[in-house]
Design a protein around this ligand. Structure first.
Ligand code: ATP
Ligand code: MG
Length: 384
């Protein structure tokens, strides 16, 4: 019997006149995620059907589609001609060996000879008569046999709903530039914004040779995790070694992190504009560490000329962030030991609530424009 995958959208159906646009982006994103696997995607009213795939690749297709934002749920179904004997045989296939169950029928084609209740009773009755280990429970069954009679004369029969990633199709909310470190937070921040339909490009700052190549590989791997949700990503890598050396040489050490953040934001904005990104995204969470105070954010924000800075994790506790990091498959990579450039030359007592005036005073000891130009010259791009 032919197997198909039913793909149901999430919020897209709310988008009124824009619905066609959202649907087209979603189908493109599904195609990208299934690249390399044999399949065909067909649009049906209010849903998609994936068919013509290798049965042995069913799990792989489901796992990939579970990462595509804009999908509400998925089911693997048996597709048969909408005729009672065929529907019954398909129902036998998806029926468990034992347990309580119910049959739930939905008819898009109202001309089918039986109404929904009658068809459910007919199929349920037959399944029950055939297997003594089954019982019917319409209120809280241990599984459900779902029958969907379509307008095209076919019926889809299935027992499971896999939860999709939800959100909006990536690409429908523009593009953002994520400042990605090797830590736990920034990949989660990128994932949250991608979920709302934003395509994510990344920028990472390193202090090679003070930080090592493993630290860089780790960030590439984290960006790869993100790429699966963001339909690919571009990882921009910039050296801030010289900037850190200059701060270390000329400024009060307590301002190292605060000043470095300002350079990161300037560089991120420059690269964002080059890539057509419309905002910056960071993994900051209010009060989490010394540099993530509102004063610290004021200081780093004030160098950004005209892009909004999104900080989706601001209101999250660390354990909530860790939970999300695990769910998206980033945690195992994030916890590998590594040196972030911020930990190089780390002062014993970083300034916690830097006043903008004192930050500007320290920064005036540096040739900011020249340092930015030199850092931009180290820009390297990895397409993922
Ligand atoms: P993360 O877990 O994302 O590293 P964190 O809690 O360690 O966050 P910080 O190290 O203070 O926090 O960094 C705050 C934010 O600044 C990060 O979430 C990230 O967006 C950005 N950032 C920090 N270091 C880097 C870096 N080396 N390259 C790019 N962005 C960085
Ligand atoms: Mg960090």
């Amino acid at each position: 019997m032919e197997k198909v995958i039913i793909v149901r959208y999430s919020e897209i159906h709310l988008k009124g006149k824009n619905r066609g646009y959202f649907e087209r982006v979603l189908i493109l994103n599904m195609e990208k995620s299934l690249k390399g696997l044999k399949h065909e995607i067909k649009r049906r009213s209010g849903r998609y059907l994936v068919d013509s795939f290798e049965e042995s690749e069913t799990d792989e297709i489901i796992n990939r589609l579970k990462k595509v934002f804009g999908i509400h749920s998925l089911s693997v179904a048996i597709k048969v001609p909408a005729e009672i004997e065929n529907i019954y045989r398909a129902a036998q296939q998806v029926c468990f060996e034992s347990g309580s169950f119910k049959v739930s029928t939905h008819r898009a084609d109202k001309s089918f000879s039986l109404n929904s209740m009658q068809l459910s009773a007919e199929i349920g009755g037959r399944l029950l008569a055939e297997n003594k280990n089954l019982s019917v429970d319409v209120h809280s069954p241990s599984f459900t046999v779902n029958i969907d009679i379509r307008e095209d004369g076919t019926a889809l029969v299935f027992n499971e709903f896999f939860k999709g990633a939800g959100g909006m199709p990536v690409g429908t909310s523009g593009k953002g530039m994520l400042l990605i470190s090797g830590g736990i937070d920034s990949p989660v921040a990128g994932h949250m914004i991608a979920k709302r339909g934003m395509q994510i490009d990344c920028i990472h700052f390193h202090s090679y040779p003070y930080t090592n190549m493993q630290a860089r590989d780790k960030v590439v791997e984290l960006a790869e995790v993100l790429a699966k949700y963001s339909c690919g990503t571009k990882l921009n890598i910039v050296s801030v070694t010289k900037i850190q050396e200059e701060i270390h040489k000329k400024c009060n050490g307590e301002y190292m992190v605060t000043l470095l953040r300002r350079f990161m934001m300037r560089l991120a904005e420059r690269v964002a504009k080059k890539c057509g990104a419309q905002c910056l995204i960071t993994g900051e969470s209010l009060g989490q560490v010394a540099s993530q105070t509102v004063e610290g954010m004021t200081s780093s924000n004030s160098v950004v000329e005209n892009l909004p800075v999104l900080r989706p994790l601001c209101g999250f506790d660390k354990d909530e962030i860790i939970e999300r990091s695990m769910a998206i498959g980033a945690f195992g990579i994030s916890i590998r030991p590594y040196e972030d450039c911020c930990t190089v030359f780390l002062p014993k007592h970083p300034v916690i609530k830097p006043s903008l005036k004192s930050v500007l005073e320290e920064e005036s000891k540096l040739e900011v424009d020249k340092l930015i130009e030199d850092a931009m010259a180290t820009l390297e791009v990895v397409q993922l």
